[in-house]
Design a protein around this ligand. Structure first.
Ligand code: ATP
Ligand code: MG
Length: 266
């Protein structure tokens, strides 16, 4: 059942619907995170989050809620003023993105997530520049997952469609074989058919063992595909629960899914 966030117990995170091991320590965990960009202005006001091995976790919430900031705080791209971020047993609070890539964290930012002047192949090479010997095997994997990228390997990323660029960005993040993949609005700006393709690919990546933390503006679709979801509002956890329970929660529908529910007739 979905629950309004119980601040005293970050692990109220219910067991995932069909995957992940909620009994084990999370692969990624944020505890009482307070973070922001400008001194004296906090955007996150005590966020909690846990992603377990094999889990597909979604974050939804209104514009400006701090969803991207939560991912950036994990990636060391804004200042964490208090709280802690752990990757397995390791305290990674304040670690920088390139350090985290080495530790098995992949990240696809919301914007500017490809090098437009480089070819698809070169973008994918950038994804494993820390360990170039991985390239051959991972290129094979990524182009099997996204055959279009194999066809377009020699084309400049800037010349691709929005959907293809998103594939390049996800492919690049997969080149280091991450244990956890952070995605910021992977379906934004895509047609409904392409959005679906992105979600199907995410699911497949997850089923192959990569834990995923996905921020999504398409809240309803997000909650349909993830095991568990977090609703973030004003830099704090508002609701958490299994995706399907959040989808059915009257308060979540009223506050966060209402417009979409009306516009899709569901
Ligand atoms: N680099 C920055 N410097 C200062 N403030 C920022 C910066 N980036 C974001 N903010 C502010 O932080 C708040 C949260 O922004 P954030 O991008 O995390 O929201 P979001 O939930 O991802 O929203 P959206 O759904 O629009 O992507 C906003 O008020 C935003 O203006
Ligand atoms: Mg955002």
């Amino acid at each position: 059942m979905a629950s309004k966030w119980a601040k005293s117990d970050p692990s109220t995170a219910e067991s995932p619907a069909s995957s992940g091991d909620s009994g084990s320590a999370p692969v990624l965990e944020a505890t009482e995170l307070v973070a922001g960009y400008i001194p004296g202005v906090n955007i996150l006001n005590g966020c909690n989050l846990a992603v377990h091995a094999g889990e597909f976790v979604g974050i939804i919430g209104p514009n400006g809620a701090g969803k991207s900031t939560l991912l950036k705080a994990i990636l060391g791209q804004c200042s964490v003023r208090s709280g802690q971020i752990r990757l397995g047993e390791l305290d990674i609070t304040g670690h920088l993105a390139h350090q985290l890539v080495k530790l098995g964290v992949g990240y696809v930012p919301q914007v500017n997530n490809v090098f437009p002047s480089l070819t698809v192949r070169e973008n994918l090479e950038m994804g494993c520049y820390l360990v170039p010997s991985l390239f051959r095997e991972r290129f094979e994997y990524v182009t099997t997952l996204f055959p279009r990228l194999g066809d377009r390997a020699a084309q400049r990323a800037g010349a691709l469609s929005g959907g293809e660029r998103q594939m390049v960005a996800m492919g690049r993040a997969l080149m280091m074989h991450p244990q956890v993949l952070l995605l910021d609005e992977p379906s934004a700006g895509l047609s409904p058919a392409l959005q679906d393709e992105v979600f199907v690919r995410c699911r497949r990546i997850n089923e192959e063992g990569v834990a995923i933390l996905m921020v999504e503006q398409n809240a309803r679709r997000c909650l349909q595909v993830v095991h568990r979801g977090y609703v973030l509002d004003q830099g704090q956890n508002a609701y958490t629960g299994r995706g399907r329970d959040l989808l059915a929660d009257p308060a979540v529908i009223e506050l966060y899914l209402g417009t979409l529910a009306k516009s899709t007739g569901g």
